[in-house]
Design a protein around this ligand. Structure first.
Ligand SMILES: [Fe+2]
Ligand SMILES: [Fe+2]
Length: 395
């Protein structure tokens, strides 16, 4: 009998966990392991179900009429489960100084622990349990051999003990950390909050209830994803500002802007291509600790040959071979360049230009040039970034 009750407890704790997790996951639009325990069990449902099953057996024997006994079963089950919910809510608040759920805004509630609508829902679930679910589960459990049941129960008992112990310790540690957060170092506090993130996600009420002791920082740690995005936006903005500073004098010149009149690859014009090459080269050189300023400037002017190679041929020789020299001549005419910038422009078609680049920045730009040309030809991946760069420079 005890073995059967324990198995019922496990099954209904699991069903309760599925209901709670499904509800929380749907409302929060992401998977939420809604439960105090680490495993997929919500014991309050197991206890509630056992109370309903036991009380319905006693009441069934007290009344001769089937309907009266069913009605009495449901009324008493509803009252018992509501009492269980009140006691659990009260006890959790006493232990953790925070409400784990709060019905304060619901009609006819008692201190936020219980309310009429949820009690009616428990009544409906009790009815379904007595009439539909429990008869099926009983048949299923009946099929398991007695020795197997004992073995399973022993294993489950050990599992529940370990999980409960670990979960209680985790939650108490979390509570201690929140209450004493002023005495903890910032990094230790963050570590603890991240470690017990699951508990906050499972019971968002905790965040609201303990607002007074919970610094804003905890929210930001828990919203790590959002923060990372914010940091990325800030970093991108910083990059853009610095990049702007590197090429501002070049890009604001009319002659550089005139590159947009020349078709380059497919529907991409020469200015779009050069900006793309310049910005990526700048970012990579910055990351690698190279001369990113020269990379950005050389990258922007690497195709500064100023004609449409698809229709015009103002110079002798094949475009692929001669345009780096023409670009360098033009660039020299309009701007004052350093030796790295000159090398970048002159060698960007290497190995077509036999002499290899002299500077590592030139290698970066020539590789990025190939990469960007490939992306432009297959029409992939550049749209957003180039669009943003064109906005920045009002092109
Ligand atoms: Fe080129
Ligand atoms: Fe190019």
């Amino acid at each position: 009998m005890v073995v059967d009750l324990f198995l019922y407890f496990t099954v209904y704790s699991f069903m309760g966990w599925i209901m709670e997790t499904a509800f929380a996951s749907i409302t929060q639009k992401k998977f939420i392991n809604r439960g105090f325990l680490i495993g997929p069990f919500t014991p309050i449902y197991g206890f509630g179900a056992i109370m309903i099953i036991q009380s319905s057996t006693w009441i069934g024997n007290m009344f001769g009429n089937y309907y009266i006994s069913l009605l009495m079963c449901i009324v008493i089950s509803t009252l018992l489960v509501t009492a269980l919910e009140f006691i659990t809510g009260y006890a959790l608040e006493k232990v953790f100084n925070a409400k784990w759920w709060d019905y304060s805004n619901n009609m006819m509630n008692l201190k936020g622990y219980i309310c009429l609508s949820y009690s009616l829902l428990w009544g409906l679930l009790a009815f379904l349990l007595i009439q539909v679910v429990h008869p099926l589960i009983t048949q299923f459990i009946y099929l398991i051999p007695v020795s197997a049941k004992r073995y399973i129960t022993a294993l489950l008992a050990v599992y529940f003990l370990v999980d409960t112990y670990k979960s209680v310790i985790s939650t108490l540690n979390l509570r201690k950390a929140i209450i004493n957060h002023a005495n903890l170092s910032e990094s230790k506090y963050k570590d603890i909050i991240i470690k017990y993130k699951r508990i906050f996600l499972a019971f968002p009420r905790l965040l609201i209830s303990i607002e007074s002791v919970l610094s804003r920082e905890v929210r930001s740690i828990l919203n790590g994803g959002i923060n990372r995005i914010k940091v990325k936006i800030r970093t991108d903005f910083k990059f853009e500002e610095e990049y702007k500073d590197c090429i501002n004098d070049l890009i604001s010149h009319e002659i550089t802007r005139s590159m947009k009149n020349y078709k380059h690859h497919g529907d991409v014009n020469c200015l779009e291509h050069s900006l793309y090459v310049s910005y990526i080269s700048y970012k990579i050189c910055k990351k690698l600790g190279m001369d990113y300023r020269s990379a950005a400037r050389g990258g922007l002017l690497h195709d500064f040959y100023l004609y449409d190679w698809h229709i015009e041929k103002p110079y002798k020789g094949l475009h692929g071979f001669v345009h780096p020299d023409i670009a360098l001549q033009n660039a020299d005419k309009f701007f004052s360049l350093n030796s790295i910038e000159k090398d970048i422009i002159k060698k960007h078609m290497w190995p077509l230009t036999v002499k290899p680049p002299r500077y590592k920045e030139s290698f970066v730009v020539l590789m990025i040039d190939k990469y960007c040309a490939f992306m432009e030809i297959i029409k992939f991946g550049r749209r957003k970034k180039v669009k943003r760069l064109k906005e920045i420079f009002d092109i």
